[in-house]
Design a binder for this molecule. Structure first.
Ligand code: GTP
Ligand code: MG
Length: 413
């Protein structure tokens, strides 16, 4: 039996209804064909053998017991304001949240559409992967499968004090916790690698149609095994394209990009020591209680409040932005009289791929893309001005879409 989850299963069609309805372009009808997303031409692989991100990013939130996983999930998703939706202990929780984007707000103000749709991010709260003592993977298989299916992992690291909820590990030490989490993830990957290698070593000797493929996979896995045995995460293993492809279905936990949320006391939120030794490039100091207070303020008051605390951005927003950057996602925009909409797209994708994201009919009948950059529209104030200054461009199928492009795709079906 093949233990690997299939690539298809790793990328189910989007779950939120707003992604499956309402074309943002004129002249077509019917809902989106979710299957069409799988047929985007020119799919590329990330070096870690991840599947491609079509639709929105899925971010799995994990952490040691009592590190604040549930609190962070609730703050990121606004769940705590709905008592019926409150995440229960031990429960896998999923929420799709809109990605804040001032460009969408600007376009909505300008065009006054009936509907405004932000790009989205999916957060998955994954409880119970790690034991309190670390060292032994006690993971339940559903939780692990959920992380394998995610595009990236958010690791919650405890750095807050609470008499009511003392740290089960004694003193706070987020850098230690991160090491222990990574060790457990390595153990989980190791188990999968060893099992599969044992199988492949038998299969590779057989002259089957899969023999060549088995050889490639075995070579890749042996390199992975060596890395894991040295404590190196699989994201750092160099693989050829065919090797990476052969591994993409495994969803290796240490092969996934990750971000670190250091859950801090309110008084430490702007402290230079807040991250306590966790590498800063991919880390966010987070205090769920303040996040919540600020989110409920008017936008104008939010800025003042943040400045008061000595920070310039909500941790929630920074986290989404970091996730976008880390996963190489950009945003393009569309509008018509009905809807202004932001779409996430992998950097380097072309106009025809953006069209495919919108609707397969639009891609099929693609004639050209009329492109205005958001910065030009913002500066000049109207489409008419942008066109009068010659800043609108006509682009073909192979045009590489840029972050902030506003696309009108002309198509014929
Ligand atoms: N003071 C303070 N308490 C917090 C903070 N974050 C979480 N807590 C408290 O710490 C306890 C654990 O938080 P949870 O969010 O339930 O942590 P968890 O990781 O989901 O815990 P388990 O799922 O039970 O392992 C709760 O009592 C929270 O109220 C924080 O930033 N500051
Ligand atoms: Mg919890």
């Amino acid at each position: 039996m093949n233990e690997r989850p299939s690539v298809k299963a790793a990328r189910a069609p989007p779950r939120n209804s707003s992604e499956t309805q309402d074309l943002p372009e004129q002249g077509s009808s019917g809902g989106q064909d979710p299957g069409a997303r799988a047929s985007v031409p020119g799919l590329s692989l990330s070096p870690t053998g991840q599947t491609d991100i079509l639709g929105h990013m899925k971010l799995a939130i994990v952490g040691l017991p009592q590190s604040g996983v549930t609190t962070v999930f609730n703050a990121l998703t606004g769940r705590h304001r709905d008592p019926h939706a409150y995440a229960k202990p031990g429960q896998l929780n999923v929420a799709v949240v809109p990605m804040p984007d001032r460009r969408v707000d600007f376009l909505a103000g300008l065009y006054q559409p009936k509907k405004v749709t932000h790009a989205t991010v999916e957060y998955l709260e994954v409880p119970g992967i790690f034991s309190a003592s670390a060292g032994g993977a006690t993971a339940d298989s559903t939780a692990v499968a959920t992380v394998r299916d995610a595009d990236a992992v958010i690791k919650v690291l405890r750095n807050f004090d609470s008499d009511a909820a003392p740290n089960p590990r004694g003193a706070n030490d987020p850098a230690r916790d991160l090491r222990d989490i990574n060790d457990e993830l390595l153990m989980l990957d190791l188990a999968v690698i060893e099992k599969r290698i044992a199988r492949l070593r038998k299969d590779v000797a057989k002259p089957t149609p899969e023999q060549e493929q088995n050889r490639i996979e075995l070579a890749a896995l042996e390199r992975c095994l060596a890395a894991v045995e040295q404590g190196t995460s699989l994201g750092q293993v160099e693989l050829t394209d065919p090797e990476a492809r052969s591994l993409r279905g495994f969803g290796f936990l240490t092969g996934k990009p990750c971000l670190h949320v250091v859950n801090v006391n309110e008084s430490d939120i702007a402290s230079p020591d807040a991250l306590a030794g966790v590498p800063p490039e991919r880390a966010v100091a987070f205090c769920a209680e303040i996040e919540d207070e600020i989110e409920q303020l008017e936008p104008a008051d939010q800025a003042a409040f943040l400045a008061d605390l000595g920070i310039d951005e909500l941790a929630r927003d920074r986290l989404i932005r970091l996730s976008y950057d880390m996963l190489g996602q950009i945003t393009f925009l569309t509008h018509n009289q009905d809807e202004v909409r932001a779409w996430a797209l992998e950097a380097g994708r072309t106009a025809i791929e953006a069209a495919e994201q919108i609707h397969s009919d639009i891609a099929r009948g693609f004639i050209r893309a009329e492109v205005i950059h958001f910065a030009d529209l913002e500066e000049l104030g109207s489409d008419r001005q942008v066109k009068a200054r010659g800043k609108e461009r006509l682009e073909g199928k192979d045009y590489v879409v840029q972050d902030g492009d506003i696309l009108q795709i002309r198509f014929h079906v």
